[in-house]
Write a protein of this length. Sequence first.
Length: 254
Amino acid sequence: MHVRKDLAETFLAQGVTMMRLGGSMTNTAGFRFKYMVGPAWSRPPTDSSWIQHTSWGFGIFEFLEFNERAGLQPYLCINFDEDMAGLLEYLYGGSSTRWGAQRIADGHPQTYSKQIVFICSNEEPQQACNGKFPCYISAFSAWANATKTAAKSLGVWPLTVGVALDSGAGRFFNPSSEDPYRGGATEMLKAIKAAELEDAQVLWDQHGDGGVAAGWGDGRDWEKLLSNVPPSPNSMEALSKQIAGRWIKTIMLE
């Protein structure tokens, strides 16, 4: 991993404690772990969101290694179509596995931390369906099952997983609304419960639009949302206990 020392030191001097790799870049077919292994100069260019091509010289694993060295908490957005069995094998597999052996060959002999937060995509495929939330919920259900199955087979379950439904086109979660663009929090919480994630911690990556009260259900702004102030009965946190039967911690990464 090659990172400019002066930039890293300036970044960390700001008191940063976490980093997120994600956003619209995760929505493309090119955002797959298999394109980010091996020497950086040998990685094939792929399609990207904001530019035509990217070479992934700084990809998932450089991101994770930087977080390791800097002592930061990594939040990693994963494309909903990612090969989770392969990705988790790379992160946690032994030398006898295909991807574990690749990790070792890439210079990371020890397995990665289980403290990584794995977030299901950004707002894709919600965007692909013109903002309608059922597309994301369906994709999350399949992703969560694949993640849990792969992690259990490697003996690393539970992990911390996250959803990002209320981003992009669907920022609202008013449970009384039938608007298909409202965000679908009630349905999302039911899907989390149906996924039977057991002891895994579940986070909800809300996108608060730069501190604006962007349809939070009870009108709170992000500072109050992330504080210790008890939530109102209409808030997403209260809904999570009522519908999913568990606390879904709200985070704001964008």
